[in-house]
Each structure stands twice: as structure tokens, then as C-alpha cells.
Ligand binder design. Structure first.
Ligand code: KIV
Length: 265
């Protein structure tokens, strides 16, 4: 696979070819996922839950993210590496720039920031410094305490309109990509059509430009609750490489997610 970059992703959006992203935290899974056809590796702060055993992503540090990004970079075979900015590591603009520099130097090709319209200025500044940003909207797990749980976002009309406005505002500010988590499928489809940049979904229906899942979830490994938007791809396969390849094919063919993995308004 030749190296995936923003031009590749824009071409895929234009052609309607689905983008496949999977979380990844180490070298061997990076290599395995690339060989199975995964195009984007997300070093998610979900590692705080699936690797470190915390009950939220809040305890994860920039150094944790840099460590796992460097591991993924060593195993990567041409995928685009997206690394999460962990909780409060972007509390000020100066911190945002410093944390992003650390993560990019560890091997990220893009930084993912959780938030809403207020991300416009940091996105502008990061783009100015050559850092592509993925803005994560909808259910942003670092705000779980504000939301009162891991709940679907954008069900009310005003909130849905706000998310659509935020998405367009962040595109104008220079965001390179959007990620929508746990939003009604119809809203995710509207946002995807309203912006030129690629939109990746998780629990956001089938009409986004691409999909992401947490690696451990799609292998049926869980420390507790498995969200409704997950499918266990290992169940019908012999081994992990085949399960990841089945996920890639299911996304590419539009067979995953199915209606039962999504939410309505
Ligand atoms: O941290 C993560 O793995 C994520 C995905 C759930 C999108 O942000």
C-alpha cells in the first residue's frame, strides 16, 4: 500500500470510497492492520481504558500518547497515524502547540482534538504550523463527567443544528478531518454532505465517509460494557488478521455498520 495522506483521503471522499480507520497502540498491531488494508491508525486515548484499565480516558498523559504513537510508527506500513490529544493537554494555546509538537515528533501525521466550535483558534494555529487536525464532535469521551455518561449527542434539534454549524465553522478554520461519535445517523449524513473534508464515524451510521472502531472491541475483547455500534469481527473468522481484513471489507462494501449499529434522533 502506498502511503496514505490527506490527498488520498480527499480523493476517497470524492469517489465515495469508504475510509477505514482502526485504533492501534503498538507495532505488531500496526503492521497487522496495515497488511489487512486499514488506511488510518488511530492512537486513541481509549488506551487509557483498554490497555491501562482505567474507567475513563482522563488519566492518560501526553507521554503515554507519545510512547504508543512511537510504537505504532515503528510497525506502520503506510497508514496515516492519527494521535489523540489527551485530557487537558490542550488547556491553553501554548500547551496545545507543545503537546502537538511532542506527538507529531513521536510519529503522528495528524492530531485529534475533542471539542466543538471553540477548537477553531487552536486548529487555525496548528494548521499554520503544519499540523493537520481531526476535530472530534458528538460524544467526546473526555467530557463524560459533563455529559453524565456515554450518551448519544445531537438528538434534539437545537443541538443537532449546533453540531452542524460547528462542523462547518471548524472546516473553515482549517480542520483536516472530522470524527463524529454517537450521533444520530441522519445528522451524521447531513454533516458529511455539508463539508468537503472527510468525516469518520463511530456509532454515527453508514453515511459518513469512513468508519473507526476500537481494536479490542471489534475483536470481542472487553473489560465491561460493549457499545451497540460494535460488531465482533473475530467471531466469524479464524484469526486476528482475518478479522481485521473482514472489518476492512465490510466497511469498504458498505456492509458495516448496519442499521442496528446506529442511533436515530
Ligand atoms: O480514543 C479513541 O479510541 C477514540 C475513538 C473511540 C474514536 O477517540
Amino acid at each position: 500500500m502506498s502511503a496514505i495522506n490527506l490527498t488520498t483521503l480527499h480523493g476517497q471522499k470524492k469517489r465515495g470510497e469508504k475510509i477505514v480507520m482502526l485504533t492501534c497502540y503498538d507495532a505488531i498491531f500496526a503492521k497487522t492492520a496495515c497488511e489487512a488494508g486499514v488506511e488510518m491508525l488511530l492512537v486513541g486515548d481509549s488506551l487509557g481504558m483498554v490497555l491501562q484499565g482505567h474507567d475513563s480516558t482522563l488519566p492518560v498523559s501526553v507521554e503515554d500518547m507519545a510512547y504508543h504513537t512511537a510504537c505504532v510508527r515503528r510497525g506502520n506500513r503506510g497508514a496515516m497515524i492519527v494521535t489523540d490529544m489527551p485530557f487537558m493537554a490542550n488547556a491553553t494555546l501554548e500547551q496545545t502547540l507543545q503537546s502537538s509538537a511532542r506527538l507529531m515528533q513521536a510519529g503522528a501525521h495528524m492530531i485529534k482534538l475533542e471539542g466543538a466550535a471553540w477548537l477553531a483558534e487552536p486548529i487555525r494555529q496548528l494548521a499554520h504550523h503544519g499540523v493537520p487536525v481531526c476535530a472530534h464532535l458528538g460524544l467526546t469521551p473526555q467530557s463524560v463527567n459533563l455529559f453524565g455518561g456515554y450518551k448519544v449527542q445531537g438528538r434534539e434539534q437545537a443541538q443537532a443544528q449546533q453540531m452542524l454549524d460547528d462542523a462547518q465553522h471548524l472546516e473553515q478554520a482549517g480542520a483536516a478531518m472530522l470524527l463524529l461519535e454517537c450521533v444520530p445517523a441522519e445528522l451524521a449524513a447531513r454533516i458529511t454532505q455539508a463539508v468537503q473534508i472527510p468525516v469518520i464515524g463511530i456509532g454515527a451510521g453508514a453515511d459518513t465517509d469512513g468508519q473507526v472502531l476500537v481494536l479490542h472491541d471489534m475483536l470481542g475483547l472487553s473489560l465491561g460494557h460493549t457499545p451497540k455500534f460494535v460488531r465482533n469481527f473475530l467471531q466469524s473468522q479464524q484469526d486476528i488478521p482475518s478479522a481485521i481484513a473482514a472489518y476492512v471489507q465490510a466497511v469498504k462494501r458498505g456492509e458495516f455498520p448496519a442499521a442496528e449499529h446506529g442511533f436515530s434522533a
